[in-house]
Write a protein that binds this ligand. Sequence first.
Ligand SMILES: [Ca+2]
Ligand SMILES: [Ca+2]
Length: 102
Amino acid sequence: MAAVKFFHLECVKQEDWNGKDDIYLTINGHRVYSARMGEDDKVAINRTFHVEGDVATVRLYESDDIGNDDLLGEQIPLSGVGEMKFTEDDAYYTLSYEFFPR
Ligand SMILES: [Ca+2]
Ligand SMILES: [Ca+2]
């Protein structure tokens, strides 16, 4: 079983025009973390999540009351420490992580 640890999630540029973003992270389709974030906000997650199988597909969404949630990007972390960027829909979020293959 692989695992991925998330350290910090930072909002460089939010997606919504009005109010803060309501973002959430999924790993292989499972929602694992959510937060309300605006420009320059940085949250410490510091949690390790176990992953079924060898690959962790990480997605960042921004939820809206009307219409579908906005997918801000999809990343597959490589072994070791790194940083993911989510830049779809004119947003910009970074997520520092460490990925532990099984
Ligand atoms: Ca939105
Ligand atoms: Ca929203």
